[in-house]
Design a protein around this ligand. Structure first.
Ligand code: S3P
Length: 174
């Protein structure tokens, strides 16, 4: 089984996925990291040099590769998606067919707090903003229905540490 974590930038997908993989002794992939490593470019460089549409295509290509290579793997695979992956219909279709999708749902306040800590430099959709809260709220308004619709499991993460979120996912999967 592939367990894919989705959710808005700053909800903690990568940290929770690493924690979950450790607890369950499963392989862990981060889709953004895989793209960056394979392409030899950061997410920001891909956006700047090739545009968002090319990045979305790369997300699809690498997601397709990971889901087909690991669909029948003997242990579970934990996959941290990018914040926008499920918005591409083809990616959502791949996930529906091949993965259990877990949406880490966070409030705007929580997301802004986390993003202020972890930074937005390599997050081109937010990087130039003069009002982070407004940008997060605007993007979230466009996205929340899709996050909900593409999820098999929803975990409310506000105020929870990564370890607790990972435990909640394990409980929900059992
Ligand atoms: C994006 C989220 C980012 C990254 C890219 C686009 C998005 O991943 O894939 O900047 O559209 O929400 P994180 O959610 O890991 O920041």
């Amino acid at each position: 089984m592939i367990v894919a974590l989705s959710g808005f930038m700053g909800c903690g997908k990568s940290h929770v996925a690493a924690c979950l993989a450790k607890k369950t002794e499963c392989f862990f992939f981060d889709l953004d990291d895989t793209i960056q490593m394979e392409e030899g470019l950061s997410v920001s460089e891909i956006f700047a040099q090739q545009g968002e549409a090319s990045f979305r295509l790369l997300e699809y290509e690498y997601l397709d590769r990971i889901t087909s290579d690991y669909r029948d793997f003997p242990t579970d695979i934990i996959l941290s998606l990018g914040g926008g992956t499920v918005l591409t219909e083809q990616c959502a279709a791949l996930l529906k067919k091949n993965a259990t999708c877990v949406y880490l749902r966070a409030s705007i306040d929580e997301l802004v707090r986390n993003l202020e800590i972890v930074g937005i430099e390599n997050r081109p959709l937010l990087a130039g903003t003069s009002d982070l809260r407004q940008s997060v709220a605007d993007l979230m308004a466009q996205r929340s229905t899709t996050y909900e619709k593409t999820a098999d499991i929803v975990i409310d993460v506000d105020g929870l540490d990564f370890d607790t979120v990972a435990d909640r996912i394990i409980e929900s999967l059992n």
